[in-house]
Design a protein around this ligand. Sequence first.
Ligand SMILES: [Zn+2]
Length: 401
Amino acid sequence: MNRFLVYILSALLLSAPHMNAQELSGLARFLPEGSAMKDRGRDVQLLLNLSQTVPYRVFTLDAPRRLVIDFREVDWGGAGAAKLDQSDRISEVRTGGFRPGWSRLVAELEAPMALKSVVMARQADTGQAQLSVVLQRTDADSFVATAGAPASGDWPVPKHTPKVKNEGRITIMLDPGHGGIDPGASHDGHEEKVLMLTFARELADELSRVPQVDVLLTREDDSFVSLERRVALAHQAGADLFISLHADALGQGHAHGATVHTLSDEATDEASALLAERHNRDDMLAGVDLSGQDDAVADILLDMARAETQPRTERLAAALVKGISDKGAPLNRRPHRSAAFSVLKAADIPSVLIEIGFLSSKRDFANIIDQAWRIEMAQALRDGIVAWMIEDEALSRVVRQ
Ligand SMILES: [Zn+2]
């Protein structure tokens, strides 16, 4: 039996005979008191206190090296794991929702470390649980050899009903940036993931009033959705447009105003390259890397699809910039930029990533948390999209003739 399964089973066995009414009713809560990740001699130990035992699994992943613990539904509370990391050999600990019904903890390792012991103990009197995970130094090769997610396939995969396409209608996939374990940027108590879900709903509301438009969202709640999955959802839905919504933070007060990003291998500028890198990295840290190598034939087909999609994408970006400018909303001094954003990689769907503003800019921040301003921005984007639809339809008619 593989060892990941053993951990899950042991957790189940531990909890099952002792279930009481309280345990059955509530979610397990993270208890910050006494929880920490500390150096212990040559080892690193994570002690995590929970209000009750839960099924869990523990594994390591490479590139970047990290420890991952999945739990069945843990409420991390407001502070989350902010104070957990007290080890010199751990660079960061993150906690949050992962998939519906599952929570995740990710600890980024400064050096290759292997699992030495994993124990979840339950206190008979309180019913509380303590998970102890001990890591020990190992060499890089051994780390790679043992790293990897358990292939147990026990994630409950959400079902998607295939969409029946109506002639003359277009489906727009809105993608609220970040979510769950990945909060995105934050400023003054506001998180990008929350603001963008709110804005996506407001924009969906504006777009759904356009007669030929159907709108879908890549996430409807505060859950983590990998970048790869966001693209896959657009494909599954047969989406005609993919629009990722963000309000990131950039240092040095450089970024102000709305910016529309498209995909390119070479970034137009350093700030865009940094944004793409950060988004791709946050995704890697939170999620399981499933990137497979495309074979040569698939590459050629993708290139052909991209060649057809790219001019449509460029026109979409231009129409969105015009929509924002016509509304008089603040635009970045260089409003159309490009970089290697993984979430824009659908070869056959015009895809853009919009920073509606930057949380790091004082003026933008005040705008983004103001509902009246957001509605104006949603209308500006709607106008841009409608202008693009008209242009795209006219051009495709020319092509068909
Ligand atoms: Zn973002």
